[in-house]
Design a binder for this molecule. Structure first.
Ligand SMILES: [Ca+2]
Ligand SMILES: [Ca+2]
Ligand SMILES: [Ca+2]
Length: 381
């Protein structure tokens, strides 16, 4: 935007520049700028006379440069503002992103999300597939977060992109064998996980850890063939990361068909770089590693009161040598993680309402249950 002012730099020794400025039409005032000899801030009677004077002076031999003293909007990289994830209304409850000890927890027992956000808050081209038990795709804090299959014409009964799934415009439900993502075994769980990944920065509710990434919802079913298909589906849709907050029961050998799918996706996904596959370890206190696939990143959970070393109080899931990541989780009787919840009188927030919590955001006591007690799949070999 123009202002009444222009900046003028005199050429050479500066002789004559000041006279030229004073002679310009609409001239009102002049002062020398203290940070350079022959540098002036000139004021005019209107923004348009200022612009005309700048253009005329620019051509004068006594002047090196002249330009309007514009109002230039700035964006502030990485700092808190209205578009910053940390400004979301329920951020203070999201101790997993920044634990300040707000619930009697251990300050710093979090994933240090703000440090990552100084670099990036994600990009829509980064697709994170959430394999889970059902979703609420119309959730207000997931608005704009979900994957859109550009190759699929909605509701025409035709598999337009020929990926084997008819009208899969936003994901696929292997449980219902349809594009209805809401009808899985545990839609509250999938909705909560989707929000942890990609809830938007929109001035409402919570933020996801990657609030500009794309979430691909995939509802898992019961059989190994369906599970393998779900991994292939996510990879073919372009998922860079596949996150699984579920697993098979401890001791269940991984079937060959699932093991092969994990191996192929982990080595050939992401255009040959390999898709990252994350699996939560089991909720119980047991070595969960004997049969793990080498293709997985197994994730152990800790409470908001994390202690310093594994094996100490604060670790809540199974354990073992395969564990590669430690991250916050929910435990009965301890603070849960605030995230998106089913809207209305359903979901984790039902029966546990708080005046400050919309019914589509969980408070901090009840998110993080698993769909069923299964341990991550491992290799059968
Ligand atoms: Ca399709
Ligand atoms: Ca179609
Ligand atoms: Ca939000």
């Amino acid at each position: 935007m123009l202002t009444h002012e222009i900046v003028v730099r005199a050429a050479g020794a500066g002789a004559g520049a000041e006279a030229r400025i004073r002679a310009a039409k609409g001239f009102a005032d002049l002062k020398a700028l203290p940070y350079g000899e022959g540098l002036y801030l000139a004021k005019f009677t209107s923004p348009m006379t200022a612009l005309a004077a700048a253009n005329a002076l620019y051509k004068a031999k006594e002047v090196a440069y002249a330009h309007p003293n514009f109002l230039l909007p700035k964006t502030f990289r990485g700092s808190a503002g209205s578009a910053a994830p940390a400004a979301e209304p329920f951020f203070a409850s999201q101790w997993h992103l920044e634990n300040t000890g707000q619930f009697g927890g251990t300050p710093g027992a979090d994933i240090h999300a703000k440090g990552a956000w100084d670099i990036t808050t994600g990009d829509p081209s980064v697709i994170v597939a959430v394999l889970d038990g059902g979703f609420e795709p119309t959730h207000p804090d997931l608005d704009g977060a979900l994957w859109h299959n550009a190759g699929e014409i909605p509701n025409n009964g035709i598999d337009d992109d020929a990926n084997g799934y008819v009208d899969d415009v936003a994901g696929w439900n292997f449980h219902a064998k349809s594009n209805d993502l809401t009808s899985g075994q545990v839609p509250d769980h999938g909705t909560a996980v989707a929000g942890l990944v990609g809830a938007r920065v929109n001035g409402k509710g919570v933020t996801g850890v990657c609030p500009k990434c794309t979430v691909l919802p995939v509802v898992v079913a019961w059989t190994p063939a369906d599970d393998a298909a779900a991994f292939y589906y996510a990879a073919k849709a372009g998922a860079q990361v596949i996150t699984n907050s579920w697993g098979y029961a401890v001791g269940t050998p991984t079937t060959d068909v699932v093991g092969e799918a994990l191996g192929k996706v982990a080595t050939t996904g992401r255009g040959g770089k390999g898709t990252i596959i994350l699996f939560a370890m089991n909720n119980i206190d047991q070595d969960d590693c004997p049969a793990k696939s080498r293709h997985l990143v197994a994730r152990l959970g800790h409470r908001h009161q994390r202690r310093q070393r594994p094996g100490q109080e604060g670790l809540v899931s199974a354990w073992g040598a395969c564990m590669k990541l430690l991250s916050p989780t929910f435990d009965e009787g301890h603070k849960g993680i605030a995230t998106t919840d089913l809207t209305g009188p359903r979901g984790y927030n039902n029966g546990n309402p708080r005046p400050s919590s919309p019914t589509w955001t969980t408070p901090t006591t009840s998110a993080g249950r698993r769909p069923r007690r299964r341990s991550p799949p491992g290799s059968s070999r």
